[in-house]
Design a protein around this ligand. Structure first.
Ligand SMILES: C[S@@+](CC[C@H](N)C(=O)[O-])C[C@H]1O[C@@H](n2cnc3c(N)ncnc32)[C@H](O)[C@@H]1O
Length: 324
């Protein structure tokens, strides 16, 4: 504990930044086995050096499907007349998925640390399969692109620290964020890297900034038990501090954070429950991809992650009905 506290913020932020590579390498591996299609992820990260265990692949499958399902439901309710803000987007490829499905929101924003953003922009600039969809969805004025931000009509990526809200808001507004438009904020494995106070402020800022909005959060839960402790220790060994672990104690603490910071109709489900609520024909398909020896390990993993979401429905779009 003492060693963790004495570590300088830059060093722990660097370990947090490294998690984006890990997440995308795991996703790329699962994609290569056939869990879900994603022709874009190969342009952002290398193939994994070693196979990932089947329970890890199934866990990523459930994570990606869960977030996509809620996000797609929001796009449907708003007829895509909305904005998406991906908080701590890392090397996520959702913008490209939505472009292919003809389901782009009015504008898709991504935020991450400036070094991650610079890396992502470099990949976009140097790989036509990534840049073409951005160019194709762009019209009018010339596109802004430099090493730390890219702004086009439909896609924008900004380098910012999510713990510095005035700076975040200023940057998003500079790139034409419209607070009157229905907006969905997605945080996939991000809030846990901030202190409970910092994530609460971010969540509250989002609830105050938009009249009609949804927040989707995927991250750890049930972290107070032995399995949770081991997860924390494993990350600490890699110098990665789960500063927000306190809010990941239970589904109630996850839901409570949303409700006490300005959101309505909050829900939280562990991934075990989500997994059994996903379209079961596709679940049966993926379960045939690899033999799973360790069923209990998968169950333990799924019980230690959750998705929580909440809405604010100023325009009466029926957002409260969005569920699995
Ligand atoms: C585990 S990765 C997840 C990336 C992506 N959401 C996904 O699921 O593939 C966490 C991401 O959050 C970003 N992140 C964490 N804390 C942040 C902060 N304070 N400001 C900006 N980005 C942050 C990291 O840089 C990293 O890209």
């Amino acid at each position: 504990m003492a060693a963790r506290e004495s570590r300088c913020p830059d060093e722990s932020d660097e370990a947090v930044r490294a998690t984006c590579e890990d997440a995308s390498v795991c996703k790329r591996f699962a994609v290569s086995v056939g869990y879900w299609p994603d022709p874009y992820i190969q342009h952002f990260v290398r193939q994994a050096k070693e196979r990932k265990a089947p329970e890890i692949n199934r866990g990523y499958y459930a994570r990606v499907q869960a977030v996509n399902l809620l996000l797609d439901a929001f796009l449907e309710r708003t007829g895509c007349n909305c904005q998406v803000i991906s908080l701590g987007a890392g090397l996520d490829t959702t913008f490209w998925r939505l472009k292919d499905k003809n389901r782009l929101p009015r504008k898709y924003f991504e935020v991450d640390f400036p070094t991650i953003v610079a890396r992502k922009i470099h990949s976009i600039k140097s790989k036509p399969p990534l840049s073409k969809p951005i160019m194709d969805s762009h019209s009018g004025q010339s596109l802004l692109i430099n090493s730390h931000s890219l702004d086009s009509c439909r896609y924008c990526i900004v380098g910012a620290d999510l713990r510095n809200l005035p700076d975040l808001e200023e940057k998003l507004k500079k790139f034409n964020l419209e607070t009157q438009l229905p907006t969905v904020l997605v945080a996939e494995c991000v809030l846990v890297y901030m202190s409970p106070e910092q994530s609460a402020s971010l969540i509250k800022w989002a609830a105050c900034a938009f009249h009609t909005a949804m927040i989707i959060n995927y991250e750890q839960v049930n972290m107070g038990d032995r399995f949770g402790q081991i997860m924390v220790e494993n990350l600490q060994r890699r110098h990665c501090n789960l500063a927000g672990v306190e809010t990941c104690q239970s589904l109630e603490s996850q839901r409570g954070r949303l409700v006490s910071n300005g959101w309505e109709n909050a829900s939280a489900l562990d991934m075990m429950k989500v997994y059994s609520s996903l379209p079961q024909d596709d679940v049966r398909r993926i379960e045939k991809l690899e033999f799973l020896d360790e069923k209990e390990l998968l169950e333990q993993l799924l019980l230690h992650y959750c998705v929580s979401w909440a809405t604010k429905d100023g325009q009466n779009l029926g957002l409260a009905e969005i569920s699995f």
